[in-house]
Design a protein around this ligand. Structure first.
Ligand SMILES: C[S@@+](CC[C@H](N)C(=O)[O-])C[C@H]1O[C@@H](n2cnc3c(N)ncnc32)[C@H](O)[C@@H]1O
Length: 213
């Protein structure tokens, strides 16, 4: 099977290129850095981990960088924390690419091999996220929202899908995404999210942090 093209990003970590979407899977300024700075930190994973138990929804799991960063931050904050991650991904090929990657995350082997133990449970729901999200029966503390851009993947940035995401979030849960596009924020607001600027990395616009009012 043909492997996806790899690119070394600004922090020396590797991203991949999607021919279908003509976009990279991560920021070319720094793939690993993006996971920590734009997704994990603004979701306050360390703070949540200190409470002992955390459930994360990783929308558009890809090769799992955001989840890997979350596990690292959570276990650093609380080595006894119980972490449950639900990943949504529709492409088995990108999940298979994990075995070709060795990013500098402490616990990437857990993400790679979907190892489950006392502390960490990872479940990936394979299929269109707009459908698989309906299988989620529990409420989550944090959401990493990481589809390709609204320009090339508009179907995941709609009011309808944000409503579904909102429905699986606990009160006070935080959603983070790299995009600050107007349409994204308008659709989030339309279904009841409060929207704030997230971190700015490099010279790009801010990320977005969405919480429930
Ligand atoms: C920007 S990449 C995500 C990168 C990922 N967060 C990571 O750390 O590797 C977007 C992902 O969305 C997936 N995707 C696209 N459309 C989807 C859909 N309708 N349902 C679920 N996943 C989808 C793609 O296969 C791709 O893996």
């Amino acid at each position: 099977m043909k492997r996806l093209n790899q690119k070394v990003t600004g922090d020396s970590s590797i991203t991949l290129f999607s021919e279908k979407y003509q976009e990279h899977y991560h920021s070319t300024k720094g793939a690993v850095e993006e996971s920590f700075e734009k997704f994990v930190k603004p979701c306050r994973i360390a703070e949540l981990a200190k409470k002992g138990k955390i459930t994360i929804l990783d929308v558009c799991f890809g090769v799992g960088y955001n989840s890997a960063a979350a596990v690292e931050v959570a276990l650093e904050a609380n080595p006894d924390c119980k972490i449950k991650i639900i990943g949504l991904e529709n492409d088995q090929k990108i999940l298979d690419e994990r075995k070709n990657l060795n990013p500098a995350f402490k616990y990437y082997d857990i993400i790679k091999e979907e190892k489950t133990d006392e502390r960490i449970k990872l479940k990936i729901l394979l299929g269109d996220a707009r459908e698989t999200i309906k299988q989620i029966k529990e409420k989550v503390d944090a959401v990493f929202f990481d589809p390709f851009s609204p320009k090339v993947c508009p179907e995941l940035w709609t009011k309808e899908f944000f409503e579904c995401v909102k429905n699986v979030m606990k009160p006070g849960a935080i959603l983070t995404t790299y995009s600050c596009a107007r349409v994204v924020r308008d659709n989030m607001k339309a279904v009841g999210f409060k929207v704030e600027d997230g971190p700015i990395l490099g010279r790009r616009g801010p990320a977005t942090i969405a919480t429930l009012k």
